[in-house]
Design a protein around this ligand. Structure first.
Ligand code: ADP
Length: 508
């Protein structure tokens, strides 16, 4: 609370006698008093001396008290001052309303008692003081919040470096064959847990992007149907391991969107992961359909589960940052409570919406995503583009790790490409020379002829028509430069993410 002796009051009145009376009352009560006789004079004094309270007679010779008040409010330097209007004559209530609407805090009509004036000034000071405290606190909190966001961003980046090193080391270990079951199991554990950690770190970085409004999309033309098939491929093993059914219904035709494929994959991976994670028995249902026509046509994706459900009091907040229904200490299902916030943000950035439904604990949940279709992809265009984009291509994969080779072959064939494989550089070159592919994916660390030599030989013997993509375990810029010098068109860092590969295939 501001003590009277520390508070300054600006007393504005053109009538000398009234001004003298009020100033005297205020001085006796212990306030510092400043005086002005005109509206412009008042504005100048307010600007220069920052009084706590301005007592403003409404009728002034130049501009009215109402206008002085409005100008005080409009100026950030004087906006927080308390304003008390006084009027020497009887005023109708609509005038009072105008004064208060114009930003005044109180209104006194003469004749008023000295005690009434002082009590009003005191109450205004109390109010201003409380407001000031609240404002300071809000500023402090905003500053703390900003620092927390910065800290999260930094933490995310710092955690990335050691993680990248661990992941690369795992990649190398994995290449060494082992007949020891226990060692293979240990490697599996390290691999899975590191991937989990990497996902948490990515979430952390995403959350700091969200809070600082720095999430950006890289939109392209995307068919939602194969995108979802890809996401389902990853979700299936997780559902299997939990003994859950994964029931899918997709439309037969394409659903063209203007979208960032990677971000959409993230959205649906999150929703499916959650559905599987929060379901102990029964299954998960993914249903996709087209709704509406023309410009209002949209793709509707429903992810429904028979899991633990969401309590009604949590449901309205489920998309908020760090919201978690299960706050018990033993939170067995993990997670940071970031996924759904990201889902909503990303869907909104795509011009869509996401909603959650649940009939309560034990009754499952349903998340419904609606995304506008790309209006530029008319009825005839999709068919032509579909053929272009999905056109099967002749791809050669040169990779010595048999699992990685097989997985890559499966994935490429799933996308409709014709795939040839070779386990080392020499066989790779022989295959490519005999029947040149359109594109070759070549591992760098090959036995015998390494990836760089493969590229040089192919450029010399097959020419420049073939597209060459290097795959390495190292993401250093030197590795990339060396690959480009050797004749590669592109350079991918392992583990190669399916969506990254898919995009690259459509670009080359
Ligand atoms: P996380 O799963 O990492 O905690 P999310 O933001 O993805 O974070 O989800 C927030 C919370 O919403 C979860 O902690 C969980 O309580 C609840 N939730 C999300 N999806 C489901 C679901 N399918 N069924 C039940 N609860 C869910």
């Amino acid at each position: 609370m501001v003590e009277p002796r520390l508070a300054t009051v600006l007393n504005v009145n053109d009538d000398d006698a009234s001004r003298y009376l009020v100033s005297r009352l205020l001085s006796l009560a212990g306030y510092n008093v400043l005086e002005a006789a005109t509206g412009m004079g008042a504005l100048l004094m307010a600007q220069q001396h920052h009084p706590d309270v301005v007592i403003l007679d409404v009728k002034l010779p130049d501009i009215s008290g109402y206008e002085v008040c409005e100008r005080l409010r409009a100026n950030p330097q004087t906006a927080a001052m308390a304003v008390l209007h006084t009027s020497a004559t009887f005023v109708t209530s609509d005038k009072k309303v105008r004064g208060l609407d114009g930003g005044a805090d109180a209104y006194l009509t003469q004749p008023f008692e000295g005690a009434e004036l002082i009590a009003t000034v005191k109450s205004l000071l109390r109010l201003r003081h409380a407001e000031q405290v609240a404002r300071n606190r809000a500023n402090e909190l905003a500053e703390m919040d900003r620092r927390k966001d910065e800290f999260l961003a930094m933490l995310g980046h710092e955690l990335r470096n050691p993680l990248a090193a661990i992941m690369t080391a795992i990649g190398i270990l994995e290449r060494r064959p082992t007949s020891d079951d226990k060692e293979a199991r240990m490697r599996g554990i390290i691999q899975r847990q590191t991937n989990h950690l990497a996902r948490l770190v990515d979430d952390l970085l995403d959350v700091s992007r969200i809070t600082r409004d720095k999430v950006e999309l890289r939109p392209g033309t995307v068919d939602l149907v194969p995108l979802l098939r890809q996401v389902l491929q990853i979700a299936q093993p997780m559902a299997d391991s939990r003994g859950l059914g994964l029931d899918v219904s997709l439309p037969s035709g394409p659903l063209w969107l203007r979208a960032d494929a990677t971000r959409l994959e993230q959205v649906f991976t999150n929703l499916l992961d959650n559905a599987i994670k929060y379901t102990d028995a029964g299954g998960v249902h993914l249903h996709v359909e087209l709704e509406g026509v023309g410009g209002s046509a949209q793709a509707v994706v429903r992810v429904k589960d028979s899991g633990i459900g969401i309590p009604p009091e949590v449901l309205p907040h489920i998309f908020e940052l760090f919201a978690q229904a299960d706050t018990s200490l033993e939170r067995s299902r993990g997670g940071l409570g970031i996924g759904l916030t990201l889902v909503r943000k990303l869907i909104q950035l795509h011009g869509g919406e996401v909603t959650a439904r649940s009939n309560g604990p034990g009754h499952g949940s349903e998340f419904v995503v609606k995304l506008p279709l790309d209006p530029t992809m008319g009825e005839s265009a999709p068919a032509r583009d579909a053929v272009d984009l999905r056109r099967g291509r002749r791809v050669l994969v040169v990779e010595d790790n048999s699992d990685a080779r097989q997985a890559m072959r499966d994935l490429l064939e799933l996308w409709g490409h014709q795939v040839a494989v070779a386990p080392d550089g020499l066989q790779g070159v022989a295959l490519a020379v005999a029947q040149p592919p359109e594109l070759a994916l070549v591992d760098i660390g090959l036995p015998g002829l390494d990836g760089y030599q493969v590229a040089q030989t192919l450029r010399a013997q097959v020419g420049n028509h073939i597209r060459l993509v290097a795959m390495t375990g190292y993401g250093s810029p030197e590795g990339r430069d060396q690959a480009l010098r050797a004749g590669f068109d592109r350079h991918l860092v392992k583990p190669v993410k399916p969506d990254e590969l898919n995009r690259l295939l459509s670009e080359l």
